[in-house]
Design a protein around this ligand. Sequence first.
Ligand code: GMT
Length: 379
Amino acid sequence: MNIGIVCYPTFGGSGVVATELGKALAEKGHRVHFITYSQPVRLSFVNENLFYHEVFVPSYPLFQFPPYELALASKMVDIVQNEKLDVLHVHYAIPHASAAYMAKQILRTKGINIPVITTLHGTDITLVGKDASFEPVVTFSINQSDAVTSVSADLKKETYEYFAVEKDIEVIPNFINLERFKKQPKEHFRAAIAPDGEKLLIHTSNFRSVKRVDDVVHIFDGVRKQMPAKLLLVGDGPDRPRIEKLCRELGLLSHDVRFLGKLEAVEEVLSVSDLFLMPSEKESFGLAALEAMSCEVPVISTNAGGIPELNVDGVTGFVSNVGDVEEMVKNALTVLDDANLPRFKAAARARAEEFAVDKIVPLYEACYQRAIEAVMAGV
Ligand code: GMT
């Protein structure tokens, strides 16, 4: 197949899923065309089947807000026509689904009927999408897609709750490359940051309020009062200055809590960690937790959104109500107990294996095939 993938190219989960999907499809022999405003961060890989088309938005004094959606739709029209795409797969509804709708209508006038697949990732529905500023356009463009997928059953349920969506939504969960995300022998690194055998807790995110990084710090503080431990914070975002201040107020020093910033090889630090913390307020799936589990790291999380579809309570870690730091500390201590930790680590990896890339990518291929056939049959 000749597939167009439209996504955000940054560190966000939807961009990571879209890029990894494109790479996996290219390795299976499909030709994959990425259409975005800059090179996706995980696309640092050469394959004869991968192509990248940059969306350029010209500046003009009148444009206080450069019309990215129009430039994107125009680029989609160009690439579908000239690269003879069979399907357009857009990740994150805003503004990709509405831009795809516009491109589809333009292409129709040229006698081309391209199927559009929209994948809903989370905040495009649960936070931004349901805002009145966007809701009518999001509802319309989801309904106009030829196929719609969501990354968890919970996100599917929320989509039907918040929007008048009539389309069937297929759940296709996030997936993981088990070869890349596996425990690696990085003991020298562990010895350097936890020289006295301290337990290592880790959190990775974009440091936005929805991630509740304050709770990460409070959980760590509670654990540290009961057993020697260190905290690794990976990623960056608007809440970071506040979190640094909180650490200082709690008397946590830079060797207790290490801010590692944005890391490409996150699997290397996950490999030396004992426990992953995800106290999110909302989380449609929790790709970061899946990456941790694949590296044999159990998870203490909330029960928000789709997280319980991944993190099995009492087996791969524990789930608690949003904000219940006390229970999360208690559960963390249970997991970190040497009598329990090996069992939780093994269960985390076994669960991650259920989301292996070679199990999930065929679900997208089948979805594309059905959409192509339906469009050809004029359904
Ligand atoms: O806010 C984020 O975490 C980024 C966001 C995105 O769309 O880039 O992530 C969402 O999509 C991921 C991939 O499908 C999911 O694993 C995340 O759970 C989801 N984040 C939220 O729902 C908050």
